[in-house]
Design a protein around this ligand. Structure first.
Ligand code: ZN
Length: 247
């Protein structure tokens, strides 16, 4: 794991091909996303490494309920018992009332490239024994709850990658947590920079594109994606990079 501080209160942690973020102020810590199941010890360890205690965690926010974003939540619920929130529609996904994720066929197709074979091997190790993880305790986040948590965040519905995908904005520090609605890299992507995840991961590709284009209009200074390195946020160049992929 690698920890980067990107603003006064925000640390971003890179785990197994995926990021989570910790927002820490005098009133406690908000955790955004929680790695793969195999990252659970690192998620807990990262809280201590930034000088926090598990008891300081006030809430976990989920951008979306894919296994690489919810892995440590069962351990956090057991040890801390804090609430878990996500967007209203994503609640049903996190409870596994339905599942929108890469299909077994989509995984198999990755085995035709070296890059893909490495990613499949990493992924199978990272989810081993926890493929059925669900978060039955999750609740729909409300603006007043979010505003009162460390970070004073605002939720931004960002459907496409999953139907209920939700991004979060830290308005005072200008940090946009885009989850998988807009990323800057991924083991299956040949280039770094703002872009969509490969289509095989997106439930609705056209909606994913429109959502990312809308996100480029948010007022922010820093982009914290679910995959890839954090970067400065330049809306016009993000929009241009997205538009170039359709040409
Ligand atoms: Zn995802």
């Amino acid at each position: 794991m690698k920890i980067d501080q990107v603003s006064d209160s925000v640390h971003v942690v890179a785990g197994t091909n995926v990021n989570w973020a910790l927002i820490s102020d005098g009133s406690g810590i908000t955790v955004i996303d929680a790695g793969y199941p195999a990252d659970a010890a690192d998620v807990l360890g990262s809280i201590r490494q930034i000088g926090g205690r598990l008891a300081d965690v006030r809430a976990v926010l989920i951008t979306h309920a894919h296994l690489d974003h919810i892995g440590a939540i069962p351990a956090l619920i057991e040890q801390v018992g804090m609430p878990v929130y996500t967007g209203t529609e994503e609640v049903r996904h996190a409870k596994r009332e339905y599942l929108q994720q890469i299909t077994p066929t989509g995984m198999l197709k990755q085995l035709t490239t070296e890059r893909g074979r490495r990613w499949v091997a990493h992924t199978l190790r990272a989810v081993h024994g926890h493929i059925g993880t669900a978060i039955p305790q999750v609740e729909a986040v409300e603006p007043a709850i979010l505003a009162a948590l460390p970070g004073g965040l605002v939720a931004i519905p960002t459907p496409g990658h999953t139907s209920g995908h939700t991004a979060y904005l830290h308005p005072t520090e200008g940090v946009l947590f885009s989850g998988d609605a807009l990323v800057t890299g991924h083991p299956l992507l040949p280039h770094v920079g703002p872009q969509l995840l490969p289509a095989v991961f997106n439930h609705d590709e056209a909606l994913t594109f429109d959502t990312a284009t809308n996100l480029a209009r948010v007022h922010a200074h820093t982009l914290v994606p679910g995959h890839g390195v954090p970067s400065s946020f330049d809306g016009p160049s993000i929009a241009a990079a997205l538009a170039a992929t359709t040409e």
